[in-house]
Design a protein around this ligand. Structure first.
Ligand code: C2E
Ligand code: MG
Ligand code: MG
Ligand code: MG
Length: 285
């Protein structure tokens, strides 16, 4: 009993602090949207066979006036639990849609931008929001200009609305990408049931990639399985040339990671886009 009381009194201030921190972030976030403290950065997704870039992932950043730069790992959960994720997600979409419209004209006619969409956005859709496909068409774009990244947890949702929304995206030509693949619970059956177009192998598998490693065998297995189902594969978190080479040799379609570039501003993205060009091995030499 004494130990329990000690534990209780030890944890209470920490819990209180965490709750206060979340409450403060929630208040600050409402203002942040109005005062434009959020910005979107873009990380290249490289075609491994050619080194060409015509895809990017949009990632949210919060430049807080007093706390400095806050990463999404910290504020997205707060946005989800406070109901602000809807407005925030809609804002990110609009930024990304404007950007893909510009980059289709200036960089590549098939340019695609991936957007992360939280399970909460699927569970509580805003009935008054203009559907994404309509917002794309208003910019002269088709559904194929964006990719929606979801996490495995969403596929476990039993809500009929979620299934409907996922399948409707497919009808609109919007691709669905399964993020952080391998860390959750999705089964092979889910990949087909929800018409998944792309899977992103989680960074944890890429980090310890070495010749003859278990992780290489896992990546090779995931790639073979995905391709047999007509699904494309992105490897996340590539930081070294060896990881890039092993994944390219394993037939992985796309790569993303600090080896190519960190997430950068749109202006920086345009600068580096022509520069990162990792040549494939010469076949006819
Ligand atoms: P994610 O979608 O899996 O995004 C990839 C994360 O890995 C990003 O972190 C990216 O900066 C980081 N990363 C990329 N390459 C490397 C690498 O080579 N090494 C390492 N160590 N990390 C790398 P970030 O930007 O902090 O985002 C974290 C998570 O926050 C995202 O994971 C995503 O789940 C969520 N998120 C970010 N932006 C949004 C958004 O607009 N909406 C929603 N709902 N979630 C978002
Ligand atoms: Mg993602
Ligand atoms: Mg599909
Ligand atoms: Mg990921």
């Amino acid at each position: 009993k004494a130990a329990g009381r000690n534990r209780f009194s030890y944890f209470t201030p920490a819990l209180q602090e965490a709750a206060q921190w979340r409450a403060q972030l929630t208040r600050d976030m409402r203002l942040a949207l109005v005062e434009q403290q959020f910005r979107v950065v873009y990380q290249p997704i490289v075609t491994l066979a050619t080194g060409v870039i015509h895809k990017a992932e949009a990632l949210l950043r919060w430049q807080h006036p007093t706390r400095g730069l806050i990463n999404p790992g910290e504020f997205i959960p707060v946005a989800e639990s406070s109901g602000l994720i809807g407005a925030l997600g809609e804002w990110v979409f609009q930024q990304a849609a404007d950007q893909v419209q510009a980059w289709r004209a200036s960089l590549h006619p098939d340019f695609q931008i991936s957007i992360n969409k939280s399970p909460v956005q699927f569970e509580n859709p805003d009935p008054l929001a203009t559907p994404w496909i309509e917002q794309l068409r208003a910019r002269g774009l088709g559904g194929d200009s964006i990719v929606v990244e979801i996490t495995e947890g969403l596929l476990l949702s039993t809500s009929a609305g979620v299934t409907e929304q996922l399948l409707a995206m497919g009808d609109d030509g919007i691709q669905v990408s399964l993020d952080d693949f391998g860390t959750g619970y999705s089964s092979l059956a889910y990949l087909q049931k929800f018409h998944i177009d792309v899977i992103k192998i989680d960074q944890s598998f890429v980090r310890q990639l070495a010749p003859q490693s278990t992780n290489l065998a896992l990546c090779q297995g995931i790639i073979a399985m995905a391709h047999a189902l007509g699904i494309q594969v992105v490897a996340e978190g590539i930081e070294t040339e060896q990881q890039r080479a092993l994944l390219a040799a394993a037939g992985c379609d796309f790569g993303q990671g600090y080896f190519f570039s960190r997430p950068v501003s749109a202006a920086e993205f345009e600068q580096i886009c022509g520069q990162i060009h990792v040549h494939p091995p010469t076949v006819n030499a």
